[in-house]
Design a protein around this ligand. Structure first.
Ligand SMILES: Nc1ncnc2c1ncn2[C@@H]1O[C@H](COP(=O)(O)OS(=O)(=O)O)[C@@H](OP(=O)(O)O)[C@H]1O
Ligand SMILES: [Mg+2]
Ligand SMILES: [Mg+2]
Ligand SMILES: [Mg+2]
Length: 374
């Protein structure tokens, strides 16, 4: 593939994610931080939260994608069903207003062949239709986008880590991944902001866009300025250097078994505390060496199917930063199976030099728990 592959997809994705990230930051500052988390969110049928920010960010990204690639299917986490109910009128109004504000922002990205989404504000119906464009069922043929408008909604509500995640796939393989992490510092040495602390959340060094194109490497740049992109890579570890390594894992034990992770650390000789954060910011963190190994082990009976939008952009970022991403058995993630990774269980991302060893330790730990069949 030529070095210039998917240039337009890359810049449109970056533009869409940058707009959506600025929207979610403003939603946090103006709405979420000023109310209690339960009133800032609606609980979905799977008991997970969704906010005005998730809806508005998905609509913005889908409208931008629609202007450039009107025929591309989109697999997005949210849809407009709840917003179409009469009792959601106020929420719908907020969403439409936020979408129009984000679309009116001055273009920071230089997108070749500039396209427009129409004259004047977009209507309620356009916003709802854009949200519903995310209803595609996925598959392994042709072009497709996978979108998580806010990944780590619980982190978002707490003022912690969350990410706007957009992947572009061809024939079930991720080719472009762009992720906006509004609460990550550009320089990891500056440390993560303290959750729920207003001064911390308004730090001017926060907000990073991560970008990866298959075969072209991974990079980061500030979300707030059109600063230069810096290339990023994982720390390359070998089995003899593992005592210096650290895990990056979910905040919620319900999403990845913390107890099993502890045993795996022991088996690998890792003594450092795990870094815990919500969202695909975990993939971003290991991609630039803030942590080294991302573990997301199946919980319970292992029946949960990971969603493609929770892993598309992040997995390419790690791949392009020098890592291997697989499920807990070492099998590559298969993104062409529909809306979920139904052929995979759990996710492991690690530097190339130690991935096989991590998979062996994961297998042994699951075996010891009587869950070797997972
Ligand atoms: N049971 C179970 N197992 C694994 N994963 C689940 C489960 N339930 C939900 N989810 C998905 O987890 C997404 C958030 O993942 P995180 O890694 O951020 O989890 S955590 O909040 O840090 O625990 C979250 O994404 P968002 O809804 O976009 O926040 C869900 O898609
Ligand atoms: Mg969700
Ligand atoms: Mg998610
Ligand atoms: Mg989400």
């Amino acid at each position: 593939m030529s070095a210039q592959a998917y240039t337009l997809e890359r810049s449109v994705a970056l533009s869409a994610v940058t707009r959506a990230s600025s929207l979610t930051s403003r939603v946090f500052a103006s709405l979420v931080s000023k109310s209690d988390p339960s009133s800032a969110s609606v609980t979905k049928s799977d008991a997970s939260p969704v906010t005005v920010g998730d809806y508005a960010a998905q609509a913005v990204v889908n409208i931008v994608l629609g202007a450039y690639f009107p025929d591309d299917p989109i697999v997005g986490e949210e849809d407009a069903a709840h917003l179409r109910k009469p009792e959601s009128e106020t929420l719908k109004r907020q969403v439409v207003q936020l979408v129009n504000e984000a679309l009116a922002l001055e273009e920071k990205e230089v997108v070749a062949q500039k396209k427009s989404w129409g004259d004047g504000p977009v209507s309620d119906e356009q916003v709802l239709a854009a949200l519903d464009r995310g209803n595609h069922q996925g598959g392994n043929k042709g072009r497709m986008w996978a979108l998580d408008p806010i990944d780590g909604t619980k982190g978002f509500l707490r003022g912690g880590q969350y990410a706007v995640c957009l992947g572009f796939l061809v024939d079930g393989e991720v080719q472009v991944g762009v992720m906006g992490c509004p609460n990550l510092p550009l320089d990891p040495k500056d440390g993560l902001p303290k959750e729920g602390d207003a001064a911390s959340n308004s730090r001017s060094d926060l907000g990073v866009a991560f970008i990866a194109v298959r075969g072209q490497g991974a990079s980061q740049r500030s979300l707030s300025s059109s600063g230069k992109e810096q290339s990023i890579s994982m720390r390359q570890l070998t089995s003899s250097g593992l005592e210096d390594a650290s895990f990056c894992e979910s905040v919620e034990a319900g999403h990845s078994s913390h107890g099993t992770n502890k045993r795996i650390a022991e088996l690998l000789g890792i003594t450092k505390e795990s870094v815990r954060m919500d969202s695909q910011a975990k993939y971003a963190s290991v991609s630039r060496g803030d942590g080294d190994i991302y573990l997301r082990l199946p919980v319970g009976d292992g029946s949960y199917q990971e969603k493609i939008w929770d892993h598309a952009s992040g997995s390419l970022l790690v791949h392009e930063a020098g890592g291997i991403v697989s499920d807990c058995r070492g099998k590559p993630l298969e993104f062409g199976q529909g809306r979920t990774l139904k052929l995979n269980r759990g996710v492991i991302a690690a530097p190339k030099g130690v991935h096989a060893e991590v998979i062996r330790a994961v297998g042994k730990a699951l075996e010891e728990e009587g869950r070797g069949h997972l």
